[in-house]
Design a protein around this ligand. Structure first.
Ligand code: FMN
Length: 194
């Protein structure tokens, strides 16, 4: 018999930049490739840009919408987030904060985030650490559990002149720690919900 405890954890790796030519695509692929070498969870790369999410203008606030949203794009986004047990947010920093499109996507739904674990991989000219500090405050609203380990990379030194991603050697180990912590929290949250 398979119990809920045996169910394989689903981890969403969300690339939160939607810009054309975004550096985030390479960072997300790197996270997904290293995560894919593990056998303790199933990982899915989620490109926010693929959802073409409109700005949130609905009268009903998402938290009160009972998962019934005002557009097919938002509905699909909600379904895919709902299917995940935990997340890696791959986030750039825009003007010392979280990117607007990613925040809109976060705000666009509600209970799909609740009581799930999250870890952060950031990048930017100053490594995106301010964006991550803001995300840690934001995710608290849905009682999400954020892990301490994080990967923060400087675009000046971890991308080459052609724009190719060249992460420092220690980043793989840092990502491993992040995923270890994330999966431990995700397992604990799943078991607590039984
Ligand atoms: C609107 C905007 C604002 C930015 N502000 C910051 C910033 O405050 N801090 C930082 O480290 N980098 C900043 N950057 C540089 C980004 O880190 C860099 O462009 C990065 O490639 C953005 O990620 P993306 O290519 O995946 O969109 C900014 C970039 C944009 C487009």
């Amino acid at each position: 018999m398979t119990t809920d405890t045996d169910r394989e954890l689903q981890i969403g790796i969300i690339v939160g930049s939607i810009r054309h030519g975004r550096k985030g695509a390479q960072v997300g692929r790197w996270v997904a490739d290293l995560a894919g070498e593990r056998d303790d969870a199933r990982f899915r790369l989620i490109e926010l840009a693929d959802y073409d999410l409109p700005l949130l203008t609905a009268e009903t606030v998402p938290g009160a919408a009972n998962r019934e949203y005002d557009s097919e794009q938002r509905q699909r986004w909600g379904r895919d987030i709902d299917a995940c047990d935990a997340f890696v947010f791959v986030t750039p920093e825009y003007n010392h904060g979280v990117p607007g499109a990613f925040k809109n996507a976060f705000d666009s739904i509600g209970p799909e985030w609740s009581d799930k674990a999250v870890g952060f991989v950031s990048y930017g000219s100053e490594s995106g650490v301010r964006a991550v500090e803001q995300w840690r405050q934001i995710v608290a609203t849905f009682n999400m559990v954020d892990v301490r380990a994080q990967v923060s990379m400087a675009t000046f030194t971890e991308f080459d002149e052609q724009g190719g991603f060249t992460p420092a050697e220690r980043r793989a180990k840092e990502l491993g720690s992040l995923l270890d912590q994330l999966l431990a929290r995700a397992r604990a949250l799943r078991d607590a919900a039984r």
